[in-house]
Write a new protein. Structure first.
Length: 125
C-alpha cells in the first residue's frame, strides 16, 4: 500500500469504513449500546468550552494511550474535518508519549512500593 509514494502500515480509510459498518451491525442488534455511547460522547461536546479541533486532538492523545486503532482512525478523520494540522497532531501525540512515559514511571514506583510492602510483611511473619 502506498499513498503519495510512501509506504503505509495499514489502509486506514478501508479500516474506517469497515469499522463503521461493523458498529452499524452492533447498533442494529442492540441500539441501546450505540445510543448510550453517543449520549456520553455528545454530552462531553455539549459543554462547549473547548473548540472541536482541540477536543479531537485530546481524543487522539487518549486514543494512543488506550492503543485503540478504531479511536485513532475515527478521531483523525474528525480532527482533519475540524482543521487540525499535522504539526498540531504531532504535538498532541507528544503529550500522549510524555504522559505514557510518566505513567510508566509512576506505576514503577507503585510496583516497588507493593514489592516493599509484600517483602516486609514476609519478614515480619
Amino acid at each position: 500500500m502506498t499513498r503519495e509514494g510512501k509506504a503505509m502500515m495499514m489502509d486506514w480509510e478501508d479500516y474506517r469504513k469497515q469499522l463503521l459498518a461493523t458498529i452499524q451491525q452492533i447498533g442494529q442488534a442492540s441500539p441501546d449500546i450505540v445510543r448510550g455511547y453517543r449520549t456520553i460522547a455528545d454530552g462531553a461536546a455539549k459543554i462547549g468550552k473547548l473548540e472541536p479541533k482541540v477536543r479531537e486532538l485530546i481524543s487522539l492523545a487518549v486514543a494512543v494511550t488506550a492503543r485503540c486503532d478504531g479511536c485513532i482512525v475515527t478521531h483523525v478523520d474528525a480532527a482533519v474535518r475540524h482543521g487540525a494540522t499535522k504539526d498540531e497532531v504531532i504535538e498532541a501525540l507528544g503529550v500522549a508519549i510524555s504522559v505514557n512515559a510518566g505513567a510508566a514511571l509512576v506505576y514503577s514506583a507503585r510496583t516497588l512500593d507493593a514489592f516493599a510492602s509484600r517483602t516486609s510483611a514476609a519478614v515480619e511473619k
